[in-house]
Ligand binder design. Structure first.
Ligand SMILES: Nc1ncnc2c1ncn2[C@@H]1O[C@H](COP(=O)(O)OP(=O)(O)OP(=O)(O)O)[C@@H](O)[C@H]1O
Length: 252
């Protein structure tokens, strides 16, 4: 099984480090939530971990050849505009590209992966629809399905639930948690701390480019971290329905 090792990962923009000296070992089975305020360095950290931006230090994924990395890691970037008027099924099928040889069309295994991904995102009825004619939230789910169809052991997604309605945010987080429970490594950035504490097994908290906390969600979202990093006072409690998080006031 494949995890992710980051060692002293640093990214500079000009002279300014926007990710600074991040070291972490993420394991299969982890559902990792990457949290932190706007500009904290979450996107840059994930892109550096994938080898998509120049960096210092090392990432076990960035070291791989691109073809191997495409089989190991699925990446869902934040920009999610679908430009081509292809069918949903065709678009989700692009997730199979790393598994196909040159000029090779999809086989039964690929078709099963595509159908499975459509099904898990509740998109089976959308397969023949033109992807550009779906709503923003539906398009977001199509792109998650494309990443799932890749059947990679590592799934990294940048704000995958942004723009989804509350029920789809919830079911998508359930899906990510389920994929991790099956033995994949899932790493997602998100701003919804309530869903993060409920579904993630581990949180990485970024602040001004640094990893300032790494651990179980309840421990990472301590009163001190919430105040220091987010400038928030919040209610956070375990209830019979699971953990509940509600921001109460801005304290800076
Ligand atoms: N191409 C770039 N050139 C210069 N600075 C950049 C570039 N990309 C990102 N930055 C800066 O790096 C910092 C980290 O940005 P990043 O997108 O990683 O943050 P983030 O935590 O993902 O934020 P958000 O929650 O707003 O998406 C920000 O200050 C941003 O302005």
């Amino acid at each position: 099984m494949t995890g992710l090792e980051l060692s002293h990962l640093t990214v500079r923009r000009g002279t300014r480090p926007v990710v600074e000296d991040v070291t972490a070992t993420l394991s299969p089975g982890d559902c990792v939530g990457l949290v932190g305020p706007n500009g904290a360095g979450k996107t840059t950290l994930m892109r550096a971990a994938l080898g998509l931006v120049p960096h210092k230090g090392s990432s076990s994924l960035a070291r791989l050849a691109p073809s191997e990395r495409a089989r190991i890691a699925a990446w869902l970037p934040q920009m999610r505009e679908i430009a081509w008027p292809v069918s949903v099924e065709t678009l989700v099928g692009l997730g199979r590209t790393p598994h196909l040889g040159p000029g090779q069309g999809p086989g039964p295994r690929d078709r099963a992966a595509i159908a499975g991904a459509l099904d898990r995102l509740g998109l089976a009825g959308f397969a023949g629809r033109r992807a550009t004619e779906l709503s923003g939230g539906e398009q977001a789910r199509v792109l998650i399905a494309r990443a799932l169809a890749q059947e990679a052991p590592v799934l990294m997604a940048d704000e995958p639930i942004a723009g989804l309605d509350p029920a789809h945010q919830f079911t998508t987080m359930e899906l990510f948690a389920g994929l991790a429970a099956e033995g994949r490594l899932v790493m997602i950035s998100l701003h919804d701390l309530g869903l993060a504490v409920r579904f993630c097994t581990r949180l990485l908290l970024m602040h001004r480019g640094r990893l300032v906390a790494d651990g179980p969600p309840r421990a990472v979202l301590s009163e001190a971290n919430l105040a220091e990093v987010f400038g928030l006072r919040a209610y956070l409690a375990d209830t019979p329905d699971g953990p509940v998080f509600q921001p109460l006031e801005v304290v800076r």
